[in-house]
Design a protein. Structure first.
Length: 557
């Protein structure tokens, strides 16, 4: 091999805009299945045609590059249409958490500066999205002209649009939206698509941090597409693959694996909401080669189902799941023909930063999250010295490079705190990296809980509970949970003369904040463990753990 030939052997960096990722796949594999739902299938050509039509409609409504378009729905093919339509016309897709209740939804719609918001009449997981929006956005239900809203709390929001045929008070119809496509020619749509810039944002995903409200993480076309390409390469995805992933599309654990499948020309299998009966039938009939269960709750639901047996997963070659090492080892026995890998990631770094390798042994893949994706820079920083930590020494995970987000939306203080002078993003995660570069996650340094895969800032729950008329002071901590990994526990001091019970607090939260944020344990205190100036949360948590150790206690919710 000559020196010139040797220099050409490494993998090339692949990057397109997010819209062009779909168009590339539609040209390469027009007749291959792109999306498979229990009641609907779309080829790459069909998906691209639908997305381009909606992109013209968005331009016909006056959407400009950089505008924010919200999508509030369960998993639906229309969500994918709108995602690609939005980015094809240079706008930013804001995938709104479908578990939000009124308070959280009102905050995000206003904070995100949405111009349009799409939703559905379909009720999923007991959520009526139209009713929810009517409650969250005062004035929407009685709006006279759904195409030109003027709501006091969300002055930039022009319209809330239905994804399907039907009608709802204050909402624009899908028919009226679709008709806007006739105002824009195909040539105009292609011209707009050609002007999209790789480093401009294409997605904004909200994640809980340490402030009172969730923060919008802006991800560029380059960060999303290069990450999807790197995932596709790590998974070795080819046209013959079929990936099953039931995770919600407002989460990067769904979006990024979907894009990785599309990069490789394979089919992506999903369902409106996770239903284990539907999932088992789908796995039996569709024969996926990749199971992206991600969270222990999903995997345990599958493997404990009465109809689960080794034969229905014999075609599965790869499983991704994040769980304690012993649980991962059990999963390996339950799906023995597959390679089981784990992952490390976060929204601020395009979802995933490291995956286990298919060439590693079971013990390594059970105890680590693997090596960084190609081009992702990871560094463990010593907690005391601030210098890079030696292999095997725990410290804060810091990230740098193309995959890192463009900053929190409208949060200059948070951005200053998150990045150091050298440009490293500080995750607040406690991790270890071995001499071969494999990552192992050890917990969080920042005061953030992870409940069943969802990041939750305790201060969000504290802020809401402080509105209860009987509450004087509230503090929320995380405690271990066998099913959800971690759940919130609330400590409260009640105002003098007021009365309040544990159940009163639970009922105060239900239906007002997302179910995973509702405290599972409530304790009342008269005095707080204090340092010189602050309540010592670690002592609150220790007291509750000691209580658990002395006698079994069932969660309150």
């Amino acid at each position: 091999m000559t020196h010139r030939e040797a220099n050409l052997q490494g993998p090339l960096v692949e990057a397109t805009t997010l819209g062009d990722l779909l168009l590339r796949s539609a040209r390469e594999w027009p007749d291959r299945e792109a999306l498979v739902f229990p009641d609907q299938r779309l080829t790459y050509a069909e998906l691209a045609e639908r997305a381009l039509r909606k992109a013209r409609a968005l331009q016909g409504t006056g959407i400009q590059p950089g505008d924010h378009i919200g999508i509030l729905a369960p998993n639906l093919p229309e969500v994918v249409d709108l995602l690609f339509a939005t980015v094809l016309c240079g706008a930013v897709a804001v995938l709104v958490n479908a578990r939000y209740k009124t308070t959280e939804l009102a905050y995000v719609v206003g904070n995100a500066d949405l111009k349009l918001l799409f939703t559905t009449l379909r009720v999923a997981d007991h959520v009526n999205f139209v009713e929810l929006l009517h409650q969250a956005l005062p004035g929407l239900e009685v709006a006279q002209d759904p195409s030109t809203l003027a709501l006091p709390a969300t002055p930039l929001l022009r319209s809330v649009v239905l994804m399907e045929d039907g009608a709802a008070s204050g909402l624009a119809s899908q028919c009226d939206f679709d008709a806007r496509a006739e105002l824009v020619s195909e040539q105009q749509a292609w011209q707009r698509r050609s002007e999209v810039v790789l480093r401009h944002p294409c997605l904004m995903m909200y994640t809980s941090g340490t402030t009172s409200g969730a923060k919008g993480c802006r991800l560029s076309h380059e960060s999303v597409v290069r990450s999807a390409c790197a995932i596709s390469q790590r998974f070795r995805i080819g046209c013959e693959d079929r990936q099953w992933n039931p995770l919600p599309m407002f989460h990067l654990a769904s979006i990024m694996p979907m894009l990785a499948s599309m990069w490789g020309g394979s089919a992506y299998l999903s369902q409106t909401v996770f239903d284990v009966d539907v999932a088992i039938r789908m796995i039996e009939s569709e024969r996926p080669t990749i199971l992206y269960t991600a969270f222990p709750t999903v995997m345990s639901a599958l493997t404990s189902h009465p109809r689960f047996r080794p034969e229905i997963v014999e075609h599965v070659r790869l499983v991704n799941n994040v769980a304690p090492a012993e649980q991962l080892r059990k999963n390996m026995k339950l799906v023995p023909n597959a390679i089981h890998i784990s992952a490390y990631g976060l929204t601020e770094a395009s979802g995933i930063s490291a995956y286990g390798g298919q060439d590693e042994d079971d013990d390594v893949r059970a105890t680590t999250c693997g090596r960084p994706l190609a081009g992702v820079q990871l560094r463990i920083q010593d907690l005391e010295s601030g210098q890079p930590a030696a292999p095997g020494v725990p410290g804060e995970m810091t990230i740098k490079g193309f995959s890192v987000f463009e900053g929190y939306w409208k949060s200059p203080d948070a951005n200053r705190d998150a990045f150091d002078a050298a440009g490293w993003f500080h995750t607040g995660d406690l991790c270890i990296m071995d001499a071969e570069g494999r990552v192992a996650y050890r917990g969080r340094i920042k005061d953030t809980l992870k409940v069943g895969g969802e990041n939750v800032a305790p201060v969000e729950i504290e802020s809401y509970l402080s509105t209860h008329p009987a509450v004087l002071v509230v503090q929320v901590v995380g405690v271990p949970d066998a099913r959800l990994s971690e759940v919130p526990a609330a400590f409260l001091q009640i105002k003098a003369g007021a009365t309040c019970t544990e159940q009163d607090i639970i009922e105060f939260c239900r239906g007002k904040i997302a179910s995973y944020k509702v405290p599972r344990y409530v304790r009342f205190v008269d005095e707080w463990p204090m340092s010189a100036t602050k309540i010592q949360k670690f002592r609150l948590r220790a007291a509750l753990m000691a209580e658990f150790a002395s006698k079994p206690i069932e969660p309150a919710s």
